[in-house]
Write a protein that binds this ligand. Structure first.
Ligand code: TTP
Ligand code: MG
Ligand code: MG
Length: 458
């Protein structure tokens, strides 16, 4: 492990909800919940004002409505979130060539590789400058963690939230980690957390005192070994610009073709468990479960299933692999079987997709699919979605605050205006049409013009 806190972890604060507040002046300082709005929808995120009521990611929206009935409930605008994410990632790449994005709002940066920092003072300065730049370019706040390893940088940014910067001084890591719950460590999801608790292990100190042998006994070799190292704050994982492992997979070739369907099922289950141990050992989780089957005649086929969010849960992965096997004809025998997981992330959303199972497709937030804009098919009677951008020839730009019973309420305001007024229309109002989102900060061109003017006046 390096001895300077030059690994930076950035995570934007209440990302989707903050974008909505920046877009919609009337929602600033208010409880905002972004997610599936339908009866079976789940919360993507909540503003910090809404979190006070106990609302959080992956909670059913119906439950959130009971906890925070007065919050604004908005459907996600993924295309806008993605474009802001691109701006943030571009700022990170100015700091270093080694940027490892983990999700839309989160990334590791190796400051040393970019010569952006060498020691504690320069790292702190780079982090502070980055936060200011993000604010200037996007209008949003992000929290920064700085430490000598990825694990601790991520823990630091979590402690910095919201709108802060925390630097963990090298040498203080173990004292800091010891009292923390085991779930703080990467690779410890809800399932592993429960398993450890039943063995009496709740804190990181308990993990290090249990010792490596005990952890290996409880969790298997790869996972136990990795977790013990993390508990001692040993983490040498490098920041990788392109994720090295696009997938984690295991496979077995059999000396004699297997014909028995029951035996094939058992083998797939065993492979799924092995794959989970690998995944957890690397502190990863993934969304796409892949089954590979090579048949007696060497024909090879793969089947895959993509979940709503990343998982490292053995039950979920076992069941997905079993479902995939159901669709494969194995008469004649198989000579190779494999199970893999791709679409990797180093966090899990088990709760999200467990609760979302069976949710109607139109409520499934699909990344990268804009839910507004010109390519939106023109419905006979327009269906207005809460949060959606609209334009009206008379009142200008606004957003849909609510709709139903043949009416739609629109608040007319823009990111740069004062909080605006609400007007109600018939939902088939002739002039009202979907619009593109507006930029959250004054355009750079405008700022340059302003400077020129100042210069001329001075
Ligand atoms: P997070 O960074 O986990 O959460 P956040 O940015 O909303 O809040 P904070 O980091 O300040 O605690 O996730 C980033 C975005 O990803 C979040 O704004 C919405 C989306 N998301 C989901 O859609 N579902 C989820 O279960 C989670 C955790 C996040
Ligand atoms: Mg975030
Ligand atoms: Mg995040």
């Amino acid at each position: 492990m390096r001895n300077a806190p030059t690994i930076l972890h950035l995570d934007m604060d209440a990302f989707f909800a903050s974008v909505e507040q920046a877009s919609k002046p009337s929602l600033r300082g208010k409880a905002v919940v972004v997610g599936g709005i339908g009866p079976r929808g789940v919360v993507a995120t909540a503003s910090y004002e809404a979190r006070v009521f106990g609302v959080h990611s992956a909670m059913p929206t119906a439950q959130a409505r009971r906890l925070a009935p007065n919050a604004a409930y908005l459907t996600p605008r993924f295309a806008l979130y993605r474009s802001i994410s691109d701006q943030v990632m571009a700022l990170l790449r100015q700091l270093s060539p080694l940027v490892e994005p983990l999700s839309l709002d989160e990334a590791f940066v190796d400051l040393e590789a970019g010569d952006a920092a060498r020691d504690e003072a320069s790292a702190r300065e780079a982090g502070a400058r980055l936060r200011a730049d993000i604010r200037a370019v996007t209008g949003l706040t992000g929290s920064v963690g700085l430490a000598a390893s990825k694990m601790l940088a991520k823990i630091a940014s979590e402690r910095a939230k919201p709108d802060g910067l925390v630097l963990i001084e090298p040498g203080t890591e173990r004292a800091l980690l010891s009292p923390m719950p085991v779930r703080t460590l990467p690779g410890v999801g809800p399932a592993t957390g429960d398993h450890l608790r039943r063995a009496g292990i709740t804190t990181v100190l308990d993990l290090s005192e249990a010792g490596e042998d005990e952890l290996v006994r409880l969790l298997g070799k790869a996972h136990g070994h990795a977790l013990y190292a993390m508990a001692l704050a040993r983490d040498d994982r490098p920041v990788v610009a392109e994720r090295e492992a696009k997938s984690v997979s295991v496979e077995d070739t059999y000396a004699v073709d297997i014909h028995d369907r029951l035996r094939i099922g058992l083998e797939v289950r065993r492979l799924a468990d092995r794959c989970v141990r690998r995944l957890r050992g690397a502190g990863l989780s993934g969304r796409t479960i892949v089954l590979k089957v090579r048949r007696y005649d060497f024909s090879t086929l793969t089947r895959s299933e993509t979940l709503r969010g990343p998982t490292d849960d053995p039950t979920v992965i076992r069941e997905a692999a079993a479902r995939l096997l159901d669709s494969v004809d194995t008469t004649g025998g198989v000579r190779l079987l494999g199970v893999g997981v791709s679409g990797l992330a180093d966090y899990t959303q088990e709760d999200l997709f467990a609760q979302a199972a069976g949710e109607p497709a139109e409520e499934t937030p699909e990344e990268g699919v804009p839910d507004f804009g010109p390519e939106r098919p023109e419905p006979a009677a327009p269906e207005w979605r809460a949060g959606q951008d609209v334009r009206h020839p008379e009142y200008g730009h606004g957003w849909v605050q609510g709709s139903g019973l043949g009416r739609v309420t629109v608040r007319f305001e823009t990111p740069l205006s004062a909080p605006g007024r609400v007007r109600t229309f018939r939902s088939d109002e002739a002039g009202l049409e979907p619009a593109d989102p507006l930029p959250l900060v004054a355009q750079v061109e405008a700022a340059v013009e302003g400077e020129t003017e100042d210069g001329m006046r001075g």
